[in-house]
Every structure is written in C-alpha cells, then in structure tokens.
Design a protein around this ligand. Sequence first.
Ligand SMILES: [Zn+2]
Length: 338
Amino acid sequence: MSKTGIVYHQDYLKHDPGRGYPERPERLRAIVDALKRVGYWSSPNVRVIKPTPATRADLELAHDPEYIALIERLSKFEKPLDADTPVHANTFELALLAAGGAIATGRAVTTGEVLNAFALVRPPGHHAARASGGGFCYFNNIAVAVKSMGLKTLILDIDCHAGNGTMDIFWRDDSVLYISLHQWPCYPGVGWWNEVGAGAGEGFTVNLPLYPNTGDDVYMCFLKSFVPPLMEQFKPELIGISAGFDAHRSDPLTQMNISSHTYYQVGRLVCKSKVFAVLEGGYNLDALPRAILAFLVGIRDGQLAAEERPTITQEEIKEKSTQRLEEIKKFLSKYWDL
Ligand SMILES: [Zn+2]
C-alpha cells in the first residue's frame, strides 16, 4: 500500500521568535510527540523524509531577489520584519529549510514516491508575498513548492487567516486556483469574496470569508459548495493544502468553532487526488496534533476515531452564513458553474 510522506527536520525547532510569540517551537514538538505516541511516526504506511534547504533559484520562483536579499540582510543584523515577525541570525537559513521542506513534500507526491505528504515545517509561509513578509512568515513555502513543481495546482488554504501572500503571488496566474476559507474580519484584513485575481488570473482566486463562531456544519457547507465543483471544472494535476489549524475552537488567536471533524473531512474531500500539505498556523498545543491526525486519517480515507463532537453553528450565524453563501455563489457564477 502506498505511503504518506511526513517531511520533517529537527532544525525546524531552532526557529525561536522569542518569549510570548504564539508561533513557537513547542508547536512542532507537540505534533511530533503526538504522532510518535500513537505509533503514526513508525507506521508501515508512513515514510519520514528529511528535507534539504531551498536554493535561491527556488525562492526566486515566488519572490523578488531584492526581498530575498532583505531577509538575508535582516538576519545578519537581527532586525525584525515587523512586530509579529522577528528576525534572528539563523532565520534566513531556517526559512530556506522550511521552503525546502515544502518542495520535498511536493516532489515526493509528484514523483509517486508516496501517495500524499505533509510538511511539518516552521516558520510558516502563507502571509509572505512576492516582495514582503509578516504575520510570522518570511518566505511562502507552499508558493515556492507549487512554482517549483510547475503543474496546474489547486491551493486550498484552510488556515483561519487569509493567505494574503499566496494570493499576491498567484494574483494574475490562471495555472493556480487559490481557494481560501478564513474568519472575517480577521488579520491580515484581506480576503473578501470580491477579491478574485486580475488579468489572466481573474476568477482564479476564490475567497470564502466566514463569520466568527462558524461551526463544522457551516464550514463543511461552504467547503462542499465550492471545492468539489471547482476541482471538477479546473482539473488540477496537484493539490496543495495550506494546512493551518487555527480555526479550531480552542485556538487562542481566533474566534471560530471548528473541531477535528472538519479537518478529517477536508482530508477526505481531496483524498483521491495527488495531495501535499504544508503546515501554516495552529496555536493550541492540545488541539493542533489532534487536528493534524484527523486530517492525516482523512487524506488516506480512513476511519476517524473521534474524540470531539462535531460543532453546530448558532442559528443566527447560520442564517447569515447561508445568505452570504448564496451571494458568493451568485457573484462567482460569472467564472464558475456553481
Ligand atoms: Zn493563521
């Protein structure tokens, strides 16, 4: 039976923004410990893959050379990119290793070495645009990987924050369909449904903003209303998941009401395709490993031994969400059959 690839390097733990930052090494430690504890790490269905750093040429597929040089320079002088995104002496090098992890994940899937794969990387990437970074992100790991594979790709971004960086990089590109489900309003303040890309890429960015306190029922309703029909019409050769788990109801940075069931269902929705996932956010150390395990069971179309109950959205938010869903469908029907 084909394996699932887990791309991981222990140096990912060395990225340490500092005291008080939610994007901290303990996140990965909790995930790896949990995967080992349940026997996942050593399972015959799993291949652990050690990545190598991305090259400058890889990064230039998604970023301006001047921006790459800026991160290198900030690393040398340990000057922060912004208040959320400090830069230390090893940041440049570790950000290259994270982008390299995403590339290794994409490659393992496209060469058929594994059935699907997950990159357990830090720092995350989806807020890094062509010429800017922020929100804990320096280089856009998934964008670098997608560009480097060069295939027609659907990027499904399930992080609770809109992936403004990924959106920017593929804004005018019709070879990549970007779909993001995120809390609205929320950082970084972009991702309303009328933001659809431009030029040849118009219609290939699909933003699905969700009300705070959205539960599994409404989340799945949005997901099923857009992802399967768009997959069928776009016919991607590869699916990349920007796998953030901070829409979980216990996440300290957001106000959503999602349980592991949603992450399991996201995995199942794409399990028949070539899928690679790249870790983004997720800041509750109990919920994060559970959510990832649920997703990993889903992408193998396995059975979830659920520890959590599915969540139901309050009536008032459900009604408003249904209305919004219809509005978005109507608006996007000039690009897609919905
Ligand atoms: Zn996030």
